[in-house]
Design a protein around this ligand. Structure first.
Ligand code: IVH
Length: 670
């Protein structure tokens, strides 16, 4: 093969793999199987090794700690991991019930469970210790993801009970709560990474990551729903679920015992709407014959057990009219198209808008104004357009064309090759970008300025009171203009000005995060601040210096250098410095970085007089401690403030977990 052919082949592989990744994560519509994807990725890796000169920096092989499936050890399942027959029809459930009655008579019960929308996992325990965690894979063999699964808080590494079989497998579903999904996805977007389409994909992508440290940062959860042993100590599935709870496993509290198919249907009807109140996604209900010997009698078909079935809820879908497409410009300059719809009721809420992601999605749907579109609300909170009802398209309808200029400031948009998102490059002159940057600066996770909110920033910008971040610190000179604004009383102005003044004490890492440098998220800002110590050194730092700091890869290092190359950013920093903001890591803070709490776990609960929970969390983590999401036997300390919930207290007492105050924590650090 000639060099040109090799290069072409490599480029084609990069394009194809990036497209598959996009289809999988953004559109949630995979166009290739995991195995085939891995084969192509391996082929690209092989070519890159042989021809490094043709390597594309955007190659999917270069995504550090990326979400792409790489090689894990393959493990044979001792008991195959079967899937379930499923149906959307109640009549099918009645037929299933009739088949069972015919086979085993009438004396049986069902267990009804929620069908969690995540990825299934098989955990092997030997002598009470977690030995292995394996994904479903093709059902007969899966990936060994033990180190990643060990980061999940409610999967016990060691069981307390002694009354347990020497060797057993327990199966369940790993998933991510919607709130964590929203938060982490927002962070991904802020860092310019592809957001995941739904919590299931996020959980699956996380379990298959190479770096367990990264996995530990993404909160996953797990419900267990089945036990496999040589000789089960239990007679029924229900009994087994109750006992598994006492062994220390997380079993869902919503499981129900049902005496017949009518009970099962009641359970299904109940969860049809209630499911939206859960903190996680379910996509149906699983029904299992309770008695193990009856299960054995019923046996299996080639693919499914005959003793279980799943009922799936239909994704709620409605048809409505696309009135127009608007474009939102975010603080990073990303331009996101939004479908404005004729308001319609869907899954209990009125839907007026749906996300269109980017130009590719508009192209994929071939949208025209006035189209009749099908909108779906699945697990995701923001509804999406599934497709267009072409039969209803008006003759002469105008095709939706993604703009080539910023709808807010008119600057020509740019799009990096291989990327799906268009950006407005006018970061210093495009109003929503400026407002977004100031809003980010004052936000809770950055400078946390009391008495200032997003709307106020918007108003101040429109009235010409602020143009850039440093203008916040001259607002006290404009008291008379502020008082003349509607909705602003003397008290609220005082409160705001005090909040701004107090923010001058916020540590360097928060200021750095607040500046909104692309790819510099909260964690990166912290590593940078402690790694480089002050702003002057950061401004002067070259690529190698930055790259040598933990977590600072090529993309982040380049973005920092580019940021400080712009004179307007240097002016901004100089002004903030002159106003008294923190631009170095104080001795005090450096002293706070220790490993005194390494190996210790904490839960923070209640209200504290001198510190917010966020601050206490930061202190614990920067001294090597770990925060757990709930109280379990693995917890070392409950950091208790005022007004703590009684149930937490009771649980901690039951498990003999020591309660400590904020003072006790600081004593531990001395
Ligand atoms: S039992 C042989 N119970 O659904 C029966 N599965 O379509 C094995 N799932 O691969 C599965 N919640 O990933 C069972 N309460 C539940 C479940 C559940 C979710 C998933 C599981 C399985 C798939 C089958």
């Amino acid at each position: 093969m000639s060099n040109t052919d090799v290069k072409e082949q490599m480029d084609a592989l990069v394009r194809e793999l990036n497209q598959h990744t996009y289809n999988y994560y953004v559109l949630a519509m995979p166009t290739i199987g995991d195995y085939e994807f891995d084969q192509k990725l391996a082929e690209l890796g092989r070519l890159e090794k042989e021809y490094p000169e043709f390597m594309d920096p955007d190659s999917p092989t270069q995504k550090v700690g990326g979400d792409i499936t790489k090689t894990f050890q393959t493990v044979q399942h001792r008991w195959p991991m079967l899937s379930l027959g499923n149906t959307y029809s109640e009549q099918d459930l009645r037929d299933f019930d009739e088949r069972i009655k015919k086979a085993i008579g009438v004396g049986f019960e069902y267990v009804c469970e929620l069908k969690f929308d995540g990825l299934s996992i098989s955990l092997t325990y030997e002598n009470g210790k977690l030995l292995r965690a394996v994904t479903r894979g093709d059902g007969t063999k899966g990936d060994d993801v033990t180190t990643n699964v060990k980061t999940i808080n409610n999967i016990p590494h060691r069981l307390k009970s002694t009354e347990i079989p020497e060797n057993f497998e327990i199966r369940g579903e790993i998933f991510m709560h919607r709130a964590a999904f929203d938060r982490l996805n927002r962070e991904r977007e802020e860092l310019g990474e592809i957001p995941y389409a739904n919590p299931r994909n996020f959980a699956a992508g996380t379990v298959k990551m190479q770096d367990s440290k990264e996995v530990a940062k993404r909160p996953l959860d797990c419900f267990l729903y089945g036990l496999n042993t040589e000789r089960s100590p239990f007679k029924t599935h229900w009994e087994s679920l109750q006992q598994l709870k006492t062994w220390g496993f997380n079993i869902c509290n919503h499981n129900r015992l049902a005496s017949g198919i009518d009970d099962v249907l009641d359970f299904i009807h109940h969860w049809e709407n209630e499911r939206f109140k859960l903190s996680y996604d379910i996509d149906g209900i699983v029904i299992k014959v309770n008695n193990y010997s009856q299960q054995q009698e019923l046996g299996f078909t080639a693919k499914f057990p005959r003793w279980a079935i799943s009922y799936k809820y239909k994704a709620q879908e409605v048809e409505t009219i696309l009135e127009r497409v608007t474009y939102q410009v975010g603080r990073t300059g990303a331009v996101t198209p939004v479908a404005n719809l004729k308001p319609v009721l869907l899954a209990g809420t009125t839907v007026k808008r749906a996300t269109l992601h980017n130009a590719n999605e508009i192209e994929r749907l071939d949208l025209h104004i006035g189209d009749s579109v099908f909108v779906e609300k699945g697990g995701e909170i923001i509804p999406k357009i599934i497709n267009v009802n072409l039969d209803k398209r008006n003759a002469g309808a105008a095709k939706v064309v993604y703009p080539d200029h910023c709808p807010e400031c008119g600057t020509a948009l740019t799009r990096k090759e291989g990327e799906a998102v268009h950006y407005c490059p006018n970061d210093e002159g495009c109003p929503p970008q400026i407002v977004g940057k100031i809003q980010h600066f004052i936000s809770r996770r950055a400078m946390n300025i009391d008495g200032l909110g997003n709307e106020t920033i918007e108003t101040f910008y429109q009235k010409g009171l602020i143009r850039h971040i440093p203008d916040l610190y001259t607002l006290h000179e404009k008291a008379s203009e502020l008082i003349s604004l509607d909705r602003f009383g003397e008290r609220s102005i005082d409160n705001m000005l005090q909040g701004i003044e107090r923010s001058k004490q916020m540590p360097f890492e928060k200021v750095l995060f607040g500046l909104g440098i692309r790819y510099v998220g909260e964690t990166v800002a912290k590593k940078l601040a402690y790694g480089i110590k002050n702003i002057d050194r950061l401004i002067k730092a070259d690529f190698e210096t930055l790259n040598s700091i933990e977590e600072i890869g090529q993309r982040i290092a380049e973005s920092i250098i580019e940021y400080f190359r712009k004179p307007e950013h240097l002016t901004q920093v100089a002004k903030l410095k002159a106003y008294g903001l923190q631009f170095d890591v104080s001795e005090n803070e450096i002293a706070l970085q220790s490993d005194r709490l390494t190996g210790k776990t904490f839960v923070i609960s209640g209200v504290f007089e001198d510190h917010s929970r966020e601050e206490l969390k930061d202190i614990i983590e920067s001294n090597g401690g770990k925060i757990l999401s709930g109280i379990s036997a693995k917890l070392d300390y409950l950091l208790a403030g005022d007004n703590m919930g009684p149930s937490k207290l009771e649980k901690a007492n039951k498990l003999n977990i020591p309660l400590i105050s904020a003072d006790d924590l600081f004593k531990m650090l001395k």
